[in-house]
Design a protein around this ligand. Structure first.
Ligand code: NAD
Length: 257
């Protein structure tokens, strides 16, 4: 199997793309540390993996908290002896922040989870990976980290922190990819188009909004979490041994336009 003897720590594993990565990576032989701020979510994904015959543990933790990030890596190593793969899938949009929150506080919250959380988890995981002399970090950026929101769809007024955070993840991926290249630690990102998860549910449940989003993707449809997970599997595995600092669109052609 493609991830035999590998240990994967996955944040945001309680839902959507993180959950799909946990299930797929376990199918490919990895032991899974399913981490999420939602304890129920982490437990549920760990149980799904275990029910399918995989090795798993659940970790509840908040990626915006430095001490919790250190603990999440330490718990993974304590249970499985090492950490080979980190998938940074924990993420939010401004829709998750109460609407009456001042714009700068909303910005801080999204940047904290999407950008700082990715940095903190990478900090502690990469320390361990460098000691091991090997490791692979896969960040969840976005098409909206590569291009701006399309004009005329009301998706941003220029102060939407989501594209700001995801552009930062793309650049962080390049910077860490270069910095860790000689220590056996690869760092890459995925840039998904719109996919069906809890994150986009409020948009995709609205027939008009969904049709508008579908029309923005040349394939005329949105993605499924497992389609993103397959790309994550490739980047996480040794098949991608000469790839670092890269950001791969998984977007039905969205950014090729
Ligand atoms: N779904 C899409 O269309 C899409 C497109 C591009 C990029 N992405 C990115 O992919 C990643 C996964 O998104 P998803 O669509 O699976 O969303 P999701 O909402 O289904 O899952 C995100 C998970 O992150 C967890 N989380 C949120 N804040 C956290 C925190 N502070 N600490 C730990 N866990 C936290 C949530 O509890 C949730 O389980 C995100 O970074 C998102 O920005 C998603």
């Amino acid at each position: 199997m493609r991830l035999d003897d590998k240990v994967a720590l996955i944040t945001g594993a309680g839902s959507g793309i993180g959950e799909a990565c946990a299930v797929l990576f376990a199918d490919e032989g990895a032991s899974i540390a399913a981490a999420d701020i939602s304890e129920d979510g982490a437990l549920q994904t760990a149980a799904t993996v275990a029910d399918a015959g995989g090795e798993s543990m659940a970790i509840s933790g908040d990626v915006t908290d430095k001490a919790e990030c250190e603990r999440m890596v330490a718990e993974t190593v304590s249970r499985f002896g090492k950490v080979d793969i980190l998938v940074n899938s924990a993420g939010i949009t401004p829709r998750y922040v109460p609407a009456d929150t001042p714009f700068d506080e909303k910005w801080d919250r999204v940047i904290d989870v999407n950008l700082k959380g990715t940095m903190l988890m990478s900090y502690y995981a990469s320390e361990r990976m460098k000691e091991q002399g090997r490791g692979s970090i896969v960040n969840l950026a976005s098409i909206i980290g590569l291009v701006g929101y399309p004009h005329g769809h009301g998706l941003s007024d220029g102060f939407n922190p989501y594209p700001h955070s995801k552009g930062g993840v793309v650049q962080m991926t390049r910077d860490m990819g270069v910095a860790f290249a000689q220590q056996g630690v690869r760092v890459n990102a995925l840039c998904p188009g719109f996919a069906f998860t809890a994150l986009t549910k409020s948009l995709t449940d609205d027939a008009d909004a969904r049709a508008r989003l579908e029309s923005l993707h040349p394939m005329g449809r949105l993605g499924e979490p497992v389609e993103i997970a397959h790309a994550a599997l490739f980047l996480a595995s040794d098949e991608a041994s000469f790839i670092t600092g890269a950001s791969l669109p998984v977007d039905g052609g969205y950014t090729a336009q």
